[in-house]
Write a protein of this length. Sequence first.
Lengths: 411, 351
Amino acid sequence: MRKQPALQLHVPEPPGRPGGKTDFSYLKTSPAGAIARPPTDVLGANTMETAANLVRVLDDQHQAVGPWAPKLNPKQLRQGLRAMLRTRVFDARMLMAQRQRKLSFYMQCLGEEAMACGQALALQDGDMHFAYYRQQGLLLSRDDVPMWEMMCQLMSNERDPIKGRQLPVLYSYRDAGFFSVSANLATQTIQAVGWAMASAIKGDTRIATTWIGDGSTAENDFHAALTFAHVYRAPIIINVVNNQWAISTFQSIAGGESTTFAQRGVGYGIASLRVDGNDLLAVYAASRWAAERARCNHGPTVIEWISYRASAHSTSDDPSKYRPADDWDHFPLGDPIARLKQHLIQLGEWSDERHETLKKELEEEVLAAQRKAESYGSLLDGRLPSAATIFEDVYETMPPHLHAQRQQMGI
Amino acid sequence: MGTAPETQAGTPAKTTSMSMIQALNSALDVMMARDENVVTFGEDVGYFGGVFRVTAGLQEKYGKTRCFDTPISELGIVGIGLGMGAYGLRPVAEIQFADYVYPAFDQIASEAARLRFRSAGQFWAPITIRMPSGGGIYGGQTHSQSPEALFTHISGIRTVMPSNPYDAKGLLIASIENNDPVIFLEPKRLYNGPFDGHHDRPVVPWSRHELSQVPEGHYTVPLESAAIFRPGNAVTVLTYGTMVWVAECAARETGVDAEVIDLRSIWPLDLDTIVSSVQKTGHCVIVHEATRTSGFGAELAALVQEHCFYHLEAPIERVTGWDTPYPHAQEWAYFPGPARVGAALTRVLEA
């Protein structure tokens, strides 16, 4: 009898650790323009090509090519660039404010700006976004969400619209279609499906989106979301941001090795795309495609966005402990802001000088917003919403036991 | 406050004898007719009408987008309900057995319960989560549990349990109309008739009981309001669900002049009714079917101690399920029947 080998447990490893250089050959890409654009009523089972490969628009020479290249005019492109840059400048400033102890905590989206800012361009007012904590670009793309008020949330000060009840970055903006962010991961995905189902039950025209990271796709809520979304053909876009890292855990530990997250969508019967998430044009094009499916009752779409978390997970994290420090410099899909900037320059619609002017203008906007927010207090000066307010909004009307406890608190 | 049954001018509301199942079905029917935003869903809830038939006929009457089957995923059922509630619907979700609610626990405890708080009132989840609970039907450890205490420990949700058809309909309507998440526990042993714990005697149908006379239209039984199920002066029994009937039987059989209080709303509750009764009787026995340790009886005992200590003439007694999983073959050894409740009533008066 032939000797059988000893069984070996496979524990995936990332393609690079501190002191080494990441081998990005694991990241399967396709040439820009190479992947066909299916009709929006395509069956989920027939989207294996778009789920297993990579939909790209901007090529390495910054040209928009192929069937997914969207019809965005230069003004719209500059609007997208501005939103991304605004988000980056905002993040940088808030990171500094956290270092100065004005906020307890912060999370940047450095390198991931194109996804939220690109999708924001593709959707309509009234749609509801069930995001997680790294989609501040959805809010910063809008002109009806005051930047200073977002900062008040970050500072948990007197004018924090959610009264100091949530960690910084867990925003809630109902009027801007931004659902209250929860930090226990993936819970928002199935809720978004429910919201989308409700919109369909009522014969409405609004659609839902949800966002989840590669790591938390392992949560049961995500699988329930895919199942229910497919069963009821819910009008929803399910965005999976594959930024390669969940804190220190590489995406292979979430099940990304030798497969794609988009292919999971196909397994559930959902039309699925795997898209260059660092190209605002590709983001816009894929989002428009998915939104059209949803609005025409063709059902949900899963979009896996390929990106890279260029920053630390949060201000409590030090990525130099678990991955090479210069990874982002080598990431094959680059920096979304630099890429769109080059594209616009090639179109003759932008220049280095205009870029610098815009950056300065945004830095001034952020600084002015910060001054205004700080005038309402910050963690440093203790000007917080009153402690007595913690008894409010637990129930719609305060039951007697909470009245009694508020009295006991003595405020 | 509760609202009276709707009447034609000058005439009393028309009542019909209903089982608890029929009363719950009527509550859903009334609410789905009144409010297009009321939808109901769960496993086997649609075409079939639910394994206990609570949603029978609703899909046929209101269409399959308002009453429908779901995949077997409790977290999914509650999760979509939360999203629908945030949209503006009033979802009524069925969990087929309370024993199956645990996969949905995060969506209830961390999400539905705190959505209004964490968003400072921007979003809320007016979801009612119905689930049959309790034993007495040979359901074994996966079809018999009473998990109410777990829900009362969570800030931001309401926990309700009726003991008869009239209250079941009125409380379910009040729960659906309430803008907080409500856990609505249905004592399944009471679905088809009152049950005093004498499992060896023939089943009594609801039709022989006056509490089965249920108005056909809309009315509510207010939340946070207990009922004095049986007035008395010697000892206060705090209980809810099936045990209301067991306690009433124990009082009758022992001859103890017990005041049986049916909490109806377990949390938040009607503390005033409890306190005034215990201050009157000076004795308190707490009865529930759920396991004893950290059960809701512990909270009730603490409240009575805090508010009635100087009126108490004897230690508070708890009669509960044992701290074991709910057994199958030994069900009646587990169930806190009238003999155990009666012994406690006698004991507190002898103390």
